[in-house]
Design a protein around this ligand. Structure first.
Ligand SMILES: NC(=O)C1=CN([C@@H]2O[C@H](COP(=O)(O)OP(=O)(O)OC[C@H]3O[C@@H](n4cnc5c(N)ncnc54)[C@H](O)[C@@H]3O)[C@@H](O)[C@H]2O)[C@H](O)CC1
Ligand SMILES: [K+]
Length: 213
């Protein structure tokens, strides 16, 4: 039986690894993006025209790193950002710098998702702290209505990772890559309807300081 954790445990594992073990947050982000990118490349996703829908927190940062990793493999990728570039987390600002180096298009978030063949959902992860409403709900509903396959980063945006319940508008993914451990809400019947196929990526975060494999 796959081990599952709460959001609090996931965050505790994160900070323990960064503060006590000493692995920088950006390294964890890079390993997270590497794992997710591998699933996109090996899965049955049409990568003709990829959209990364990114929030301004670290879930968004993971998405931006994925965009870079797809771009250097000559995959056409566009990034939509839900907020302004000067209002992002430190790690996400660093990722934006690399996207600009590679001249990967970063455009404002919109509901016009025509033409994209795969959408990477990196809006919210375990940092979701209230139901998804307003313009965020419009974007999530547009993602769910699009003909593109959806790949969620860490958590389908809008899903309560502890209970598996949708919090307002919630992304329905074809597949989800989650980091370090599956979340308690992913193994509920309801949660599975939103995660789709679930992958757990080893990113070097171990709650008991050893790899359980
Ligand atoms: N687990 C790990 O080891 C790692 C996880 N990583 C990724 O980081 C996210 C968590 O990042 P965080 O910055 O804490 O939060 P989010 O990106 O999930 O959320 C961003 C931001 O959004 C705001 N917000 C929350 N709810 C709403 C709402 N309903 N409407 C509007 N805005 C909302 C809130 O201010 C949040 O701060 C984790 O999931 C992983 O993807 C690391 O990258 C790697 C290591
Ligand atoms: K997400």
């Amino acid at each position: 039986m796959t081990r599952t954790v709460s959001i609090a445990q996931a965050r505790q594992g994160d900070s323990h690894t960064i503060k006590e073990v000493g692995i920088p947050s950006l390294v964890l982000m890079e390993r997270a993006a590497l794992g997710a990118t591998g699933r996109l490349l090996n899965g049955d996703f049409d990568l003709t025209n990829v959209l990364v829908f990114a929030g301004t927190g670290n879930n968004g940062g993971d998405g931006l790193a994925i965009a870079r990793m797809l771009h250097v493999r000559d995959i056409k990728v566009t990034v939509m950002l839900t907020g302004s570039e000067d209002r992002t987390s430190t790690e996400t600002a660093q990722q934006l710098k690399s996207l600009h180096y590679y001249q990967i298009p970063v455009i404002p978030a919109s509901t016009n998702l025509a033409g994209y063949t795969t959408i990477v959902d990196a809006i919210f992860g375990v940092g979701l702290d209230r139901p998804v409403g307003g313009k965020f709900a419009d974007w999530v509903n547009a993602i769910n209505a699009s003909s593109a396959k959806v790949f969620s980063v860490d958590v389908p945006s809008g899903l309560n990772a502890d209970t598996g319940e949708p919090q307002g508008a919630t992304v329905k993914a074809t597949a989800t890559s989650t980091f370090a451990y599956a979340k308690n809400g992913f193994v509920t019947a309801q949660g599975k309807q939103y995660t789709g196929e679930l992958f757990v990526e080893d990113i070097g975060v171990y709650l008991d300081d050893h790899y359980e494999g």
